[in-house]
Write a protein that binds this ligand. Structure first.
Ligand code: GLN
Length: 232
């Protein structure tokens, strides 16, 4: 039986606005296809359990980000090797910011990220809060944003999509999220994957290295479509 190993990074610190639902979605959508799934929660001070197929890191406030910044940088070399090996990463909001070079809060020093994405973030004067929709290839993604951080993409790091409704990375360049190799960051909380099943399967197929049989996503698509109607 195929096995999928998921590393859930710092859930005791970064896990707000339902972000843990992304782990449940990845786990169930793999299990519904007969794939064995191991989910390892990795918190501050834990011994790391080697390579994983997918790493997930949720969002949180500046205070929690400060501790995670220190912890993540203890494993920067390993995480960079995991990225370059092709492992999938998904970071949401505060977790996304720490997959980049740094997050500069309103006060205090920069919180250093691990530079898996060529992006940087600075705290803005306005908090972006609300439902969002994003054009991703031929699909529309839906989510919820709540951040003051303004994220700017550089180099070969490209956006996940283009804003339809909402602010996205910085409220200026109409971009949302970021991708480099199989590392993805997004500001979409909510949680993101349960109501964007096509994106969830896209990540699973990248992690498993194969196409997956479609599931009956009637319920997921109803949730997706009801949110799109709500946003417009
Ligand atoms: N503290 C960061 C910001 O406000 C991230 C917030 C979050 O993860 N929702 O931009």
């Amino acid at each position: 039986m195929k096995k999928l190993k998921i590393g859930h990074l710092y859930p005791k610190l970064l896990n707000i606005y339902g972000d843990g639902g992304n782990i449940i979605t990845l786990k169930k959508r793999a299990q519904w296809r007969g794939i064995e799934v191991e989910v390892h929660e990795i918190n501050s001070g834990d011994v790391w359990l080697g390579e994983h197929d997918i790493y997930f890191i949720g969002g949180g406030q500046d205070t929690q980000q400060k501790e995670v910044s220190y912890e993540l940088n203890r494993h920067k070399e390993f995480m960079t090797a995991e990225r370059d090996r092709g492992a999938v990463f998904l970071g949401i909001c505060g977790g996304y910011q720490l997959l980049g070079h740094y997050y500069q809060p309103h006060e205090g020093d920069k919180l250093m990220g691990i530079s898996l994405l060529d992006v940087y973030t600075v705290a803005g004067n306005k908090r972006f809060i609300g439902n969002v929709t994003v054009q991703w290839e031929n699909e529309t993604l839906v989510g919820f944003e709540n951040h003051s951080g303004l994220t700017y993409l550089q180099g070969d790091t490209k956006p996940i999509g283009t804003m339809i409704v909402g602010n996205g990375n910085n409220g200026e360049d109409k971009t949302e999220g970021a991708r480099y190799k199989n590392v993805f960051g997004t500001y979409m909380h909510g949680s993101f994957l349960p109501k964007n099943p096509k994106f969830a399967d896209y990540l699973l197929e990248l992690a498993l290295g194969e196409k997956l049989e479609p599931l009956d996503d009637t319920i997921e698509n109803n949730a997706h479509n009801s949110l799109i109607k709500k946003v417009y």
